[in-house]
Design a protein around this ligand. Sequence first.
Ligand code: PRP
Ligand code: ZN
Ligand code: MG
Length: 225
Amino acid sequence: MTDKNRLRIAVQKSGRLNEGSMKLLKAIGVKLSIRDRLLIAHSTNLPIDLLQVRDDDIPGLVMDGVVDLGFIGENELEEKALERAAAGKASDYDVLTKLDFGDCRLSIAVPKEMSYAGPQDLAGCNVATTYPYLLERFFKQQGVNATALMLTGSVEVAPRAGLAEAICDLVSTGATLEANGLVEVQEIFQSKAVLIQRKGDMPVAKQALIDKLMPRIAGVMQAKE
Ligand code: PRP
Ligand code: ZN
Ligand code: MG
């Protein structure tokens, strides 16, 4: 159960943003009693509830005002904003701060043996991705007639499976591409983790808590510099 008077924060349940978000919460003094199988964790020392969800769900939860704050990658945020715009839905939120983790880039990668001189080489191709709106925007900007093929997972195996000629996915160390015989040829978006807040009225006590936590976040990031 969650209580509307407690600050609701959404974090990624597992994946690249989970560790950084949880470490940061701990560093700013938020004590949590985590139960692995539950979506919700309650803070034991502050009026905060943590919702552990898929990162893809976090922008929508904040934009629809279901949670107060969310730790999210700019890539997911931008993709969701484009998706909502296409559906005629608004995407209101405030970025409270950029964070010092979650760095990655969204890039197009092709099989080692395929030549790539520029975006035009993708004309007529299927490009598998979990970020079809960002990829389609790139195609449009470049004037390339290619198809963004939406896959929710295992994007990196699509070329070998004969589903697509190329992929567009997040790259951090490059190990996933390497392991799948793919080469990064074109970066289309750079991303970091950010902390976002929903728009709309915020109860005074909740806003006061946010205002108390923000300098702590700044302090933790500064101490690491
Ligand atoms: C991304 C991407 C690759 C991997 C690349 O997945 O989809 O699988 O990271 O990282 P690397 O260059 O260090 O190998 P992510 O961890 O974000 O999880 P998700 O795809 O389940 O959201
Ligand atoms: Zn994801
Ligand atoms: Mg992945």
